[in-house]
Ligand binder design. Structure first.
Ligand code: ATP
Length: 379
């Protein structure tokens, strides 16, 4: 296994981006992927995931910067010489070979002895639930099973420095996806491969990976555990992209003691308040926003108690959607819309207020989370 260091790396495709302000498909970055980590690379279509994966695999040479595996510069090495396994979105199998022969192929290519090949193939067949089909020709299999073979060809070698997956479950039947993701996680725990899994599906990313790398518009915005990304998104994009529905983001100002959303005061917790004061956000040109997850908002009846509670604000209910176990309550606060998750069956008051926990209210300046270790925005 290997740690992967993307050193001062960036990529511009030849003759692309000339018409846009930013010529980079992958903006310059410096990033280390730890040895044995299970990473998911998550982001919307066109954000640069495949470009980054192809640079790591050696299918694409970066226009700037270096790729280091365990400190060794592999930028100029071919995919084969980097010793990595890759699984693509669509099955790569030899139709005329049997399932077992397909799995044995990458091992035979490397001159591995027959006994080891037999043991590894048997192990991989059983991991993927393909034992009973070992001797069938690949051409007779359905698309799901063919993609299982592709996964198996990536997993059959134990000597690889990393396994890269590019949306490997796209063609797989939804109920099988769960099973295969769980299997991949188990394989990771057992063999400790460095794994990088590209997807635009947050459920896939959050259930597979120890660390999720969130990308947008050619940049890595945050690397974190699923919980870190959910609880403290460091960029508003991460907050809105992760979660269903995503985080509410409302534009605001800061008066030195609280966030103000369309004239309504929203209390901040001590650490955020101190950071906002230290960064001089009461007199900044930066665009300020607050971020609050729908899960952390409580819809209650507006009354004399809520009127005197600094953690409550009056809101207008503009719609309610039934999501099964929850209702999604759409609300207006001042001129801005937000939503809250409300327990199914609990009535929605006509005159509503929101209880907002300051510990769950995040403040953003120019889309970046305001926290104690941020550099001051003003000198
Ligand atoms: P998807 O999920 O749709 O595959 P992605 O996140 O993998 O998208 P990339 O395929 O890496 O994104 O593309 C990043 C950017 O680079 C896009 O703007 C894309 O149009 C551009 N791009 C990708 N390949 C090329 C190429 N060969 N030549 C020029 N531009 C390219």
């Amino acid at each position: 296994m290997a740690s992967i260091h993307l050193k001062n790396l960036g990529h511009r495709y030849p003759a692309s981006g000339a018409e846009s302000d930013n010529p980079y498909a992958l903006n310059p970055l410096d990033q280390v992927w730890e040895d044995g980590g299970a990473y998911a690379l998550l982001g919307p279509s066109g954000c640069g995931k495949t470009t980054l994966l192809n640079i790591i695999s050696g299918l694409l040479r970066p226009s700037e910067g270096r790729v280091l595996f365990d400190g060794e510069d592999v930028t100029d090495l071919s995919t084969e010489r980097r010793n990595i396994a890759q699984v693509f979105q669509f099955p790569v199998v030899y139709d005329t070979l049997t399932v077992a022969e397909n799995l044995a192929f990458p091992l035979r290519n490397r001159g591995i002895d027959n006994a080891t090949i037999e043991a590894r193939v048997a192990d991989t067949l059983s991991m993927l639930g393909l034992d009973a089909r070992a001797n069938e020709r690949a051409r007779s299999l359905n698309a799901d099973d063919k993609q299982k073979i592709s996964l198996g060809r990536g997993l059959v070698r134990t000597d690889v420095r990393a396994i890269l997956f590019d949306e490997p479950l796209t063609v797989i039947d939804p109920h099988l996806k769960w099973q295969l993701r769980t299997e991949l996680k188990k394989i990771h725990e057992r063999f400790g491969h460095t794994m990088i899994y590209v997807t635009h599906d947050q459920t896939e990313a959050l259930t597979f990976a120890d660390k999720v790398v969130v990308m947008n518009a050619g940049s890595i915005l945050q690397v974190g555990t699923p919980k870190e990304l959910f609880d403290r998104p460091r960029h508003t994009f991460v907050g809105t992209f992760i979660g269903s529905p995503g985080m509410n983001v409302l534009s605001c100002t800061f008066d030195g003691t609280a966030a103000i959303v369309d004239g309504v005061r929203i209390a901040l917790d001590e650490a955020t308040l101190a950071a906002a004061q230290a960064q001089g956000l009461a007199s900044t040109d930066a665009a300020l926003e607050i971020g609050i997850r729908p899960e952390s908002l409580q819809v209650i009846a507006a009354d004399v108690n809520t009127a005197n509670d600094t953690h409550c604000v009056n809101v207008e209910v503009v719609g309610v959607e039934d999501l099964g176990r929850h209702s999604l309550v759409r609300l207006r606060l001042g001129e801005q819309l937000l939503c809250a998750l409300h327990p199914e069956g609990a009535g929605i008051p006509e005159a509503a207020a929101l209880r907002i926990d300051p510990a769950c209210t995040l403040l953003y300046a120019d889309a970046l989370l305001v926290e104690a270790n941020n550099e001051p925005l003003l000198p």
